[in-house]
Design a protein around this ligand. Structure first.
Ligand SMILES: Cc1cc2nc3c(=O)[nH]c(=O)nc-3n(C[C@H](O)[C@H](O)[C@H](O)COP(=O)(O)OP(=O)(O)OC[C@H]3O[C@@H](n4cnc5c(N)ncnc54)[C@H](O)[C@@H]3O)c2cc1C
Ligand code: FES
Length: 289
């Protein structure tokens, strides 16, 4: 068991777990991920290492509860409990080169995985323009952390309740217009966001990297479940990625493959909702008894 030493809930669906794992905390690099089993019968799911602290001997995960496993974790993984298994660090670390000026873009949950890259670029001496996007101001998290590693920070909200009203693509366009010397853009978020971020930078021929999130099974390059098309070639996200050249990625194929098991995912969630393990339902029953 790997003990959960801190938890923070950012919204109804997004939460942070800080997990004690001294070895992993020393080995982790920006861009890498872990495969987690929250309990002995649990599914294995990939989660990005959103932060790591060798001093505290911990890694940090930021999780969005979208289906059976992540909702189960949201319900059960409290401080003092533990994660059953944790494998990593996995994947190729992000290349933190000698770019002089970079834009680091996080859309929604993507703010967490792009943060260690922004920090690493800042530590390398780059001028960092952070762009974070959320549906509204209540969903904003890690603004303070991002601000601390950014020379400029652009906040975008869909409804204009904080920062500029618009999508992160509007923020990217704004930053490019203000700076003609951007060396690199790193954009992490939902696939559709990464697809359109790539289209904004393409005409300017600015190197753009994205971190892909296909469905993974073994995470070791054996099953082919995470295959993605990049520049017309098949690549395995777990061992060749997760970072790839955004201008070469076939995002439409990625999105269609992500939807392949929707029926099974819905059934698993419904089964769990009906089971005695789902505390929400249990609480409803207690109230009506
Ligand atoms: C390298 C990598 C890093 C990731 N990092 C994080 C992270 O830091 N935090 C986090 O919350 N999630 C992350 N994910 C996604 C996470 O693994 C999935 O959300 C999780 O496996 C869903 O499991 P579930 O049983 O809760 O939902 P499921 O029942 O499997 O799916 C529920 C819904 O989520 C969608 N979904 C399923 N898998 C993915 C996926 N891989 N990406 C996007 N949508 C998906 C499904 O289409 C469905 O609509 C990452 C994925 C990869 C490949
Ligand atoms: S998850 Fe099986 S090859 Fe990548």
């Amino acid at each position: 068991m790997y003990e959960i030493v801190a938890r923070e809930d950012f919204s109804d669906s997004t939460f942070l777990l800080e997990v004690h794992h001294p070895l992993l905390s020393k080995a982790a690099k920006p861009g890498q991920f872990v495969i987690v089993m929250s309990h002995a019968d649990g599914e294995r799911i990939p989660l990005t290492i959103a932060d790591f602290s060798p001093d505290r001997g911990t890694i940090t995960l930021v999780i969005q509860a979208v289906g059976k496993t992540t909702r189960e974790m949201q319900q059960n993984n409290r401080v003092g409990s533990g994660l059953y298994a944790l494998v990593g660090p996995m994947g190729v670390p992000s290349h933190i080169g000698d770019a002089g000026k970079v834009i680091c873009v996080g859309g929604g949950l993507g703010v967490a995985p792009v943060y260690p890259q922004a920090r690493a670029f800042k530590q390398r001496g780059a001028y960092v323009i952070g762009i974070v996007g959320f549906r509204n101001k209540d969903l904003i998290f890690w603004e303070d952390r991002f601000r601390a590693v950014s020379d400029e920070l652009i906040i975008c909200t869909d409804d204009g309740s904080a920062g500029i009203k618009g999508l992160v693509t509007d923020g990217i366009e704004r930053a490019i217009q203000a700076h003609s010397d951007i060396d690199e853009v790193i954009a992490i978020g939902p696939p559709v966001m990464m697809k359109f971020a790539a289209e904004v930078t393409r005409p300017y021929q600015i190197k753009t990297l994205v971190s892909l999130n296909p469905i993974m099974v073994d995470g070791t390059g054996m099953c082919g479940g995470c295959r993605v098309s990049v520049g017309g070639e098949m690549r395995f996200c777990c061992v060749d990625g997760p970072d790839f050249d955004a201008h070469q990625v076939d995002f439409d194929e990625l999105m269609s493959r992500l939807a392949r098991f929707r029926k099974e995912e819905r059934r698993a969630l419904e089964r769990w909702d009906r089971s005695d393990n789902c505390r929400l339902l249990q609480e409803d029953r207690d109230v009506s008894d």
